[in-house]
Design a protein around this ligand. Structure first.
Ligand SMILES: NC(=O)c1ccc[n+]([C@@H]2O[C@H](COP(=O)([O-])OP(=O)(O)OC[C@H]3O[C@@H](n4cnc5c(N)ncnc54)[C@H](O)[C@@H]3O)[C@@H](O)[C@H]2O)c1
Length: 258
């Protein structure tokens, strides 16, 4: 098991990529502190982890709330006896987030608060626990929109994901000789309930499919496999990297959409 003995904090673990990763971490031998705003989602994640023979604790709260975020990292370290891994994955795509002209300031500010400040806070309050453990691995969820633009804009979301990527690189350099690695995920469209619902509309799917070399969405478990590798000691020489995990979307210029 590649994460045997590791103690991991996972945010956004009440659904989608975070839930799949909490389960994968547990299957790989880690003990998991699963954090989310959604207590029901967390309970479901815990049931899945326990059914797989793993162990996890649930932390309900908002990563964008500084006091609660600090407390959640403290509770995670206390419950697990320390922390070796942070998967900073909680994120939102809010209604009204469109182009710069259309997007209300409130949607912009809340998106920055959760997607960017939330990752900053979890690093601010999580890194000292990793240092105490003698090192560790931090994986932050950005997006492929940190790498390429889209004519269907989500300006606040995209700005935060670019920020997560830049912040991840800078932290990687700062901590490179101090035993903590930082990497960013840049997923393409993943088949989480929200994305599946949106793309089950045939017209929306037909607009996007021609840009997808594999012609399908990622499964959350496919993202979790990469996170588990990056979190593990097998990735010991990998830091400051941005990982597209997008079925080839960001590699494509023209594709054969037969
Ligand atoms: N689904 C995709 O296509 C896709 C693509 C690229 C990147 N991402 C990113 O992956 C991450 C996970 O997204 P997902 O697709 O699994 O979405 P999701 O909505 O299924 O899961 C996100 C989870 O984060 C939680 N959350 C939201 N705000 C929070 C907060 N302030 N504090 C604590 N928890 C909070 C939600 O309750 C939810 O359980 C996000 O950062 C998202 O931007 C998703």
């Amino acid at each position: 098991m590649r994460l045997a003995g590791k103690r991991a904090f996972v945010s956004g673990a009440g659904g989608g990529i975070g839930a799949a990763t909490a389960l994968k971490f547990a299957q790989e031998g880690a003990s998991v502190a699963a954090a989310d705003l959604n207590a029901e989602g967390l309970a479901e994640t815990l049931r899945a982890v326990e059914a797989a023979g793993g162990s996890a604790v649930a932390l309900a709260g908002d990563v964008a709330d500084p006091a609660r975020c600090e407390a959640m990292l403290g509770e995670a370290a206390e419950a697990l006896g320390g922390l070796d891994v942070l998967f900073n994955n909680a994120g939102v795509l809010l209604p009204g987030d469109e182009g710069p002209v259309e997007t209300p300031l409130e949607a912009w500010e809340r998106t920055l608060r959760v997607n960017l400040t939330g990752v900053f806070l979890a690093c601010k309050y999580g890194i000292p626990h990793l240092e105490k453990a003698g090192g560790g691995s931090v994986v932050n969820t950005a997006s492929m929109v940190a790498l390429v633009g889209s004519a269907y804009p989500q300006i606040a979301y995209t700005a935060t994901k670019g920020g997560v990527l830049a912040m991840t690189r800078e932290m990687a350099i700062q901590y490179a000789r101090r035993g903590i690695r930082f990497n960013a995920l840049c997923p393409g469209p993943v088949g989480t309930p929200m994305v599946k619902a949106f793309l089950s509309d045939e017209a929306a799917w037909n607009k996007r499919r021609p840009y997808m070399p594999m012609g399908r969405l990622a499964e959350p478990a496919e993202i979790a496999n990469l996170v588990a590798f990056l979190a593990s000691d097998e990735a010991g020489y990998i830091t400051g990297a941005a990982y597209p995990i997008d079925g080839g979307i960001t590699a494509a210029y023209v594709i054969d959409d037969a």
